[in-house]
Structure formats: C-alpha cells, structure tokens
Design a protein around this ligand. Structure first.
Ligand code: FE2
Length: 438
C-alpha cells in the first residue's frame, strides 16, 4: 500500500482540520493569557493567531468546496486573500516577538504595513484585468513569487528579531518560526516543481503548520506555568514582607515605650542565632527561634511606662505586674496566625533551670529549648548593656556570670555551647564550674 495521494481531498481535509483544532487551542491560550495579565506580547499573539485561525477556517472551507466550486476566479481570489492574511499574521507575530524592543517593533510594523498596502491592491488590480489565460497566469505567478519572497523575508526578519529581543520564551519562538521557514522553502519547491513531482513534500508542508502550532502551544504553556510560579513567589515575598513589617511595628512600639529595650531585642536575637547554629538547627527551626527571640519581651507593651522605666524602685505589686509580660506576649503572638508557634518560647523565657522562675516554675528540660536559649542571651545582653541604675559588665565578666548561673538559672549544656560558639577562652575555674553544673 503506497502513500495516500496528495490530491486526496479526504487527506487534505484531515490535515486542515487538525491544523484548525491546534490553531483554535493556540488562539484560545493567547486570548486567555492576554485577559489574565494584559501583557502586550500576548495581545499581539492573540491577534496574530486569530488571523491565522481565520485563514485556516477559510482554507478548510475552500478545500471542502473545491470539488463543488471549480471556478478559477474564485480560486485566485481566495489565494490572494490567503496571502494577505498570511502576511498580516506574520506582522502581528513579529510585533509580538519584538514587543520588548519598541523602536525595532514600530519600524518593523510600519515598513510591512506599507508593503501590505502597496502589494495587496496591485495583486487585486492585476487579477481583475481582462486578458488571456496565459497572461493572467503569468501575472499570478509574478504576484505569487513576490509574496513568497516577501513572506520568507518576514520570517527571517522575525527569527532575527526574536534572537535580538529579550523575551523569555525565545527558544520556542525561534523553533516555531524556523518551522515556518522550512515550510516556506518546501512551498517554493512545490510551487515550481509541482506537487506531483514531490508528493511527500506536499504532505510535509501541510503537516509543518501543525508542528508549528504544537511548538507554540508548548512554549506558551511553559511560559504561562513560569509566570504562575513567579506570581506565586511574588505573593510569598509580599506576604513575608508584610509579616516582617508587622514584627518590626510591634518591636518599634515596644521600644518607643521602654527606653531600656532599644536594640535589646536585636542583640538577643543575634546571640540566639549563634546558639541555634551551634546546635545545628535547620532553616525552619532557626526561623522559629529568630521570631521567638526578637519578640521575647513584646508583652511589655501591656506594662505601664512607670514600671518599665524604673525597674529598681518597684514595689511588690508592681514587680508582680512586670512578671506578667511573658504571658501578655504569648497572648499577643497567639492572636497572629503566623506567629502562634512561638508563643511557648515567649511564655517561658523567664523560667529558671532550677525551677525558681516564672510564670509556671518549670524545671530543667521541661522548659522549651528556645526559651532556655533566649534566657541565656537575654541575660547576657542585659548584663553587657549599661542602664541608668548600673554600669555594664565587660563581656568577660558577663560570660563569667552566665557560667556562675549555669545549672541554677541557665541550662549548663547551652551555656557551654554558647561559650564554645563565641570562641571564648575560659579560665580553668570557669571550665570546672561548667563541668560541675552540667
Ligand atoms: Fe523578658
């Protein structure tokens, strides 16, 4: 069984209908994408593919009627219309490809529009002239040759435009346009040697348009997926930014109220990160510790300024009031969905390792790990910073105080890790104290 004849109307119709379906999908995709993000490139693609789609509908109708309507005048009119539509579609495609380079695009469109305006009426005029069949045939051949060369030039021009542009879907568009170029070359061969001589090439020519649309579909699809991913990432960034802004606003409002905590939260957090990294926390765990540390004293927002700013002259009731800040802080973060999970770190940051802390009097490892870390870094920064009611300790003395408190106030293992991570060389006595408390 040989290849089906190229003259087989059924075969040509099947190919044409397949091209029709693929073109319909491409056109719909371009229109949907244009409506979705209003990108100028998709607008031109939608127009270009719409025109190609119209052309394919027309060719399908012609094929279906070719046996019924045999008039050469009808056929010639259709051919000219077909070429005009084809040229217009290339203009729109080229415009789409070069959207990002407006100067190139405007030159490209204007030069080709002028060409279209000049060539189309000439073609129509010659076709309407009365003359011998041979003369008409000659004119048609000449017009066709001009159009073919022009279309080939446009395709080459388009490939160059794509290569020079910075559109992201460059590869797919170059492949697609190259397929059209190959189709054009085959069309030349078929036009001048006749489809009877190379029937396989005729079939290939018709099939290449389907390949072209297929590449465009996959390219557009990849681009749309990539755009969706970018939109999601941008959304995440916006969310993250809003999250950071919320936290910064909370800290700023606390620092505006409590003079002594200015910069304290940031330093406590920096030290906490040192311990977290020393303990090998993963990104998620470090992030959680970060938020717990930076917001550990946020509950002080609920304490009056007189109490906050006079820590040494507090009466018992005032001190009890001050001791409520971990619970207030935990309540505040619990009301923020993305910060809920750090509530325990804040609630227990004033617990002591020996169980004498507040609010619950938890002991040893009952105290959440993050709270034990924050307790150490909070104390270190408080000791290292000067207050109006006392001078700051040197780093060496502050570390010595931490070591002294290891096993009673602080988790001794964590103090040891912290000292190691800071790279501080301790006195022999301090090592012994740490070993004893561990
Ligand atoms: Fe605190």
């Amino acid at each position: 069984m040989g290849l089906p004849s190229i003259e087989s109307i059924e075969l040509r119709l099947s190919i044409q209908i397949m091209a029709f379906l693929v073109a319909l999908i491409v056109t719909q995709m371009a229109v949907v994408e244009w409506r979705r993000n209003r990108n100028a490139m998709y607008k031109y693609l939608a127009l270009g593919f719409g025109i190609m789609f119209a052309q394919i509908i027309m060719m399908t109708v012609i094929l279906a009627n070719s046996r019924l309507v045999g008039s050469p005048a009808f056929q010639n009119t259709v051919n000219i219309l077909d070429y005009s539509l084809r040229v217009a579609s290339f203009i729109y495609l080229a415009a789409a490809f070069t959207t990002v380079k407006s100067s190139f695009r405007s030159r490209f469109i204007s030069s080709n529009l002028v060409g279209l305006i000049i060539f189309a009426p000439i073609a129509w005029m010659f076709l309407s002239l009365n003359g011998t069949a041979a003369r008409q045939l000659l004119v048609i051949s000449w017009v066709e040759l001009v159009f073919q060369l022009w279309i080939t030039g446009l395709l080459l021009h388009t490939v160059l435009a794509i290569l020079n542009s910075d559109v992201r879907m460059k590869k797919g568009l170059v492949i697609a346009t190259s397929l059209l170029l190959v189709r054009q070359a085959i069309h030349f061969l078929n036009s001048y040697f006749g489809p009877e001589l190379i029937p396989v090439l005729s079939l290939l020519e018709q099939s290449l348009i389907i390949c072209y649309f297929y590449v465009i579909i996959t390219t557009l699809h990849k681009q749309i997926i990539a755009d969706l991913v970018i939109v999601d990432l941008e959304k995440d960034q916006v969310k993250e930014k809003a999250h950071q802004d919320t936290i910064r606003a909370l800290i700023n409002s606390l620092e505006a109220k409590d003079l002594y905590t200015r910069g304290h939260s940031d330093r406590v957090t920096e030290y906490a990160m040192v311990i977290g990294q020393k303990l090998g926390f993963d990104h998620e765990e470090l992030t959680k510790l970060y938020y717990g540390a930076i917001l550990h004293d946020i509950g002080k927002i609920g304490i009056s300024e007189e109490i906050l700013n006079n820590p040494l002259s507090l009466c018992r009731d005032e001190f009890d009031c001050m001791k409520k800040h971990p619970e207030i802080g935990a309540t505040i973060v619990t009301s923020i969905e993305s910060l809920k999970n750090i509530a325990p770190s804040i609630l227990y940051h004033h617990e002591r390792y020996d169980g004498s802390g507040y609010p619950k009097g938890l002991k040893g490892k009952e105290i959440p790990l993050h709270s034990r870390i924050i307790a150490i870094t909070d104390a270190l920064d408080a000791m290292s910073s000067s207050r109006t009611y006392r001078d700051s300790l040197t780093e060496e003395n502050a570390i010595h105080e931490l070591i002294t408190g290891a096993g009673t106030q602080f988790d001794p293992d964590l103090v040891k890790s912290f000292v190691d991570a800071l790279g501080i060389k301790l006195k022999e006595a301090d090592y012994k104290t740490l070993d004893r408390s561990a």
